[in-house]
Write a protein that binds this ligand. Structure first.
Ligand SMILES: Cc1cc2nc3c(=O)[nH]c(=O)nc-3n(C[C@H](O)[C@H](O)[C@H](O)COP(=O)(O)OP(=O)(O)OC[C@H]3O[C@@H](n4cnc5c(N)ncnc54)[C@H](O)[C@@H]3O)c2cc1C
Length: 384
């Protein structure tokens, strides 16, 4: 399987984006304490997202004719890497930029592209993903929310979604719903619809997580009337579309940098403490080497996306190994600090460690659980 991943370098024109982007990010997050930077994925700041859009760092892989930047996955790799490694708040534009935009580009009507894509590129249309439901998280084919076609061409939506990241801050949800048949039909009869979250009949209730933050929500649809143009792609093809969409979600550098603000802070702490014994150096070296290899793998998957392929199995492998690394980091750093009890530690480093330790279990859940990914990998290897 590793034959599918060849070494690949970032084009110089994408590398060249870094200095200006770093300046913009540094200016925007100068006042953010470390534990807030560690929340990068969860950090919601609509003004910052709009600023990125205005500066031309969103819609990077969307064509210029739809208001995008017309570059591609390598450019996006550089931008995402800079944002996450600095701990910038990405949650505002994250889902629209990574998933909803490409989905609308591939499957949307011309009208939908012209309406949504320019606003996504400006950071002005914020999206959330309505896939999970109570009782159908990993088993997406069992979704029960239902949009019934009405005589006048509109859709009547009823049901419930759960774990919807930032539903309460978003303008739109792309929801996977049943549009025909029964729940026993599994993959067939599912469709994707764009739901304007201001419509009557929608109730959004934030859910508080283990860290004390409320970054996701449950969403209830009670006789919500959607206009005929809410359907995205083909009726009954939702399963195929969702599977392709998940390949965008699983492959990027976002699957290796969730704990990187903590690593940086810990290395600065080691420096300040003057700790240079061989066990410490071995741990720093191990984490750096693992991160470097994961980055190369992520780049190799990005290169396949640049070729227009959909490397679903490789992206799953990347996410499984990458999130394993991200989860190991708080454990290793926590053990290291505990093993040196006489060393003074800045309170902010403890706060950051506490946050990353609490949020780390979610790294291998969000975007598809570890067990599901391993099933996909096994199938890709012909083992199932
Ligand atoms: C931080 C975070 C953000 C999220 N954001 C969103 C979002 O924006 N939109 C959205 O739709 N969802 C979102 N989710 C939901 C997430 O995708 C689901 O939690 C996930 O798909 C698992 O579903 P579940 O929680 O219902 O667990 P279940 O599906 O009940 O699974 C429970 C356990 O059983 C295992 N399991 C289930 N089926 C199998 C199988 N066939 N073989 C082997 N093992 C199996 C799972 O791997 C898991 O370990 C988010 C989750 C998190 C943690």
């Amino acid at each position: 399987m590793f034959d599918a991943l060849s070494l690949s370098a970032l084009p110089p024109e994408d590398e060249a984006l870094r200095p200006a982007l770093r300046t913009l990010i540094a200016g925007a997050i100068a006042d953010l304490p470390l534990h807030r930077r560690a929340r990068s994925w969860q950090g919601f700041d609509a003004a910052f997202s709009r600023k990125l859009g205005q500066a031309g760092y969103l819609g990077l892989s969307l064509p210029k004719e739809y208001g995008g930047i017309g570059r591609g996955p390598f450019t996006r790799f550089v931008v995402v890497e800079e944002l996450l490694s600095a701990g910038a708040p990405v949650a505002g534009h994250w889902i629209a930029d990574r998933q909803s935009g490409p989905l609308i580009l591939h499957y949307g009507t011309e009208e939908q592209r012209r309406f949504y894509l320019p606003r996504i590129s400006r950071g002005e249309a914020l999206f959330c993903i309505g896939m999970s439901e109570p009782g159908s998280g990993s088993d997406l084919a069992s979704v029960r929310s239902r949009a019934d076609l009405q005589k006048d061409g509109s859709w009547l939506l009823n049901g419930q979604k759960i774990w919807t990241t930032n539903a309460m801050h978003s303008d739109y949800m792309i929801a996977l719903v049943r549009t025909s048949g029964t729940n026993e039909d599994r993959q067939s009869g599912l469709s994707q619809v764009i739901v304007d979250l201001t419509l009557p009949g929608i109730t959004i209730r934030p859910i508080v997580d283990l860290t004390g933050d409320a970054h996701f929500a449950e969403v209830f649809f009670d006789d919500v009337r959607l206009t005929p143009d809410a359907l995205i792609g083909e009726e009954g093809q939702g399963w195929r579309q969702v599977t392709a969409e998940l390949a965008f979600e699983r492959s990027g550098p976002e699957r290796i940098y969730s704990s990187v603000v903590l690593i940086d802070a810990w290395v600065r702490h080691l420096d300040a403490a003057g700790r240079k014994d061989s066990a410490t150096l071995r741990l720093v070296g191990t984490l750096t080497a693992q991160l470097a290899v994961l980055r190369e793998m992520s780049l190799a998957v990005t290169a396949r996306l640049v070729e227009g392929e959909s490397p679903v199995v490789e992206a799953s492998l990347m996410k499984d190994i990458g999130t394993g690394f991200e989860q190991a980091v708080p454990q290793l750093i926590g053990d290291d600090l505990a093993s040196n009890p006489d060393e003074p530690v800045d309170a902010e480093l403890y706060r950051t460690l506490l946050y990353v330790t609490h949020i780390a279990p979610s790294f291998s859940l969000r975007g598809g659980t570890r067990e599901i990914l391993r099933g996909i990998i096994a199938r890709g290897l012909g083992l199932r």
